[in-house]
Design a protein around this ligand. Structure first.
Ligand code: C2E
Ligand code: MG
Ligand code: MG
Ligand code: MG
Length: 284
């Protein structure tokens, strides 16, 4: 009997794996089709100076506009994209689309810094510094209007190569920020190894900041550490004014979160954030 049960669960396990594999393959082919059909879109979320809420930048965040399901979040498909043959194609599309958008805003007299999330494939293959330089040249975008966000899983790649690449990217005038700071296991050692311009405190420490004294201690010391190292610090996941005020009292300069604005299509971002800023300028 025991043997039969074991065999039984073995069969169930196998079919679960097969099911998962099938789901993945289906999703992969749907994603390839989506890329062909132009179903990906970049949303933009405002980044602000916390003391006065003024706009300092926008983070470009990918969405999949699914014909039946509506907008799908990157959490549901980027892990598959990043481990499939589509990775480089979508990463290049993100980079090109964001740079073109940033250049269009710059040309309209409404320049705003745009931050892009890098994918692992961009550090694996080819020369990222070279493609960034080429893109700046073809679009005409001012380098200081571009920022790249990297996460710890990206930094796990060949260290000396990544180090060299970052240096060359920064020589172009493009900033590199460490995203989701504090969630990985070696954040501090990466700060020491890589020439980063700043870090983004992960939203998991910010969301509950007012209620959780451990989070407050972690965020407070991360802000202090950043300042001592001369790094820009950006808090993500700010959902209310009290959290923003608390961050200001701890010395945090920049932030983003639903309180200031959700990620939104480029046109909505223009209307809500860029046009308002132009009006403020012309009224002054
Ligand atoms: P991330 O780079 O850490 O982006 C911030 C995430 O926090 C975004 O989720 C944003 O919508 C969310 N967020 C912002 N403010 C708040 C807030 O106040 N409260 C809460 N609860 N969440 C907030 P999103 O857009 O779903 O993206 C998730 C992750 O997917 C990103 O995390 C990034 O790692 C990845 N991702 C998004 N777009 C791209 C892309 O174009 N390329 C690559 N490689 N990865 C991307
Ligand atoms: Mg990011
Ligand atoms: Mg983040
Ligand atoms: Mg994240």
């Amino acid at each position: 009997r025991a043997k039969m049960t074991r065999r039984g669960s073995h069969v169930i396990f196998e079919s679960a794996i097969r099911q998962e594999l099938e789901n993945r393959l289906t999703l992969e082919s749907e994603l390839a089709l989506a890329a062909d059909r132009g179903e990906f879109e970049l949303f933009y979320q405002p980044q602000v100076r916390l003391v006065d809420g003024s706009l300092v930048g926008a983070e470009a965040l990918i969405r999949w506009r699914h014909p039946a399901r509506g907008y799908v979040s990157p959490g549901e498909f980027m892990p598959v994209v990043n481990t499939s043959a589509l990775s480089e194609r979508i990463a290049s599309w993100v980079m090109e689309t964001a740079c073109r958008q940033a250049r269009a805003w710059e040309l309209s007299g409404n320049g705003v810094r745009v931050a892009i999330n890098l994918s692992p494939s961009q550090l694996d293959s080819g020369d990222l510094a070279h493609s960034v330089a080429a893109l700046l040249k073809t679009t005409g975008l001012t380098p200081s209007l571009l920022e790249l966000e990297v996460t710890e899983d990206i930094l796990l790649h060949d260290e000396s190569r990544v180090l060299d690449m970052f240096k060359r990217i920064q020589q172009l005038g493009v900033r590199v920020l460490f995203d989701d700071f504090g969630t990985g296991y070696a954040s501090l050692s990466y700060l020491k190894k890589f020439p980063l311009d700043g870090l983004k405190i992960d939203r998991s420490f910010v969301l509950d900041l007012l209620a959780d004294s451990d989070d407050a201690a972690i965020v407070g010391s991360t802000i202090g550490l950043s300042k001592q190292l001369g790094l820009t610090v950006v808090a993500e996941g700010i959902e209310n004014r009290a959290t923003a005020d608390f961050l200001v009292s701890m010395g945090c300069e920049e932030g983003q979160g639903y309180f200031f604005g959700r990620p939104m299509p480029a046109v909505a971002f223009e209307k809500q954030f860029l046009a308002a800023r132009l009006e403020a300028v012309s009224a002054a």
